[in-house]
Design a protein around this ligand. Sequence first.
Ligand code: BG6
Ligand code: MG
Length: 217
Amino acid sequence: MKKGMIFDLDGVIVDTAKYHYLAWKKMAAQFGYDFTEEENEAFKGVSRARCMELLLEMAQIEASEEQINEWLSQKNQDYLAYIEQMDQQEILPGVLTALSFFKTRQIPMALGSASKNARPILEKVGLLSYFNAVVDGNDVSAAKPDPEVFLVAARQLGVTPEQCVVFEDSTAGIEAAQRAKMGTVGIGHTDSLGNADVVFTQFTDMDETFLNGLLTA
Ligand code: BG6
Ligand code: MG
């Protein structure tokens, strides 16, 4: 019997994955490096600091800690500029239906995100009240694929990891959930999420039978 649903934020609940990509692409261009969408798959679910390390490796750039911190802050400012005008329109199709389905049945829900911007985003799109717990990049020390963020979320919901299902759009996130011994629903494509228990292109592809099945499995 599953008793806790844990949702990633970027690329699962809201369409912000594209803005992270655009902000990194802009920085890469500054380094004279053409950062592709394919390369961006490895940045999904991964902390800002780790993404920076990956980009510097790709572009073969060495820099001082001070310079790196400046770039990190620049990336976040660019990202924040993209999401400044964000509202309910950015909630991905079918998400509200799924959240309402679980809320109506009093299934506890948590957010499990690597982002340090998670809370303000949930507020902007009006979804904060759906979640019994919000665990984000400010609360954990180990980034996905480490399971910490999901284990903390399960603990805050008062359920065991085995009772949880995680909705994720990143390879790192699916691995983190599996290391936490949780069920996994991939949102996106099987080429990057093939290890998930099941993969849907988007929430609208899940019907009530599937959502009911998650609760009884
Ligand atoms: C994750 C995104 O949710 O948050 C990553 O998938 C991002 O791409 C990470 O790097 C950290 O986000 P933020 O908002 O703290 O820079
Ligand atoms: Mg994500």
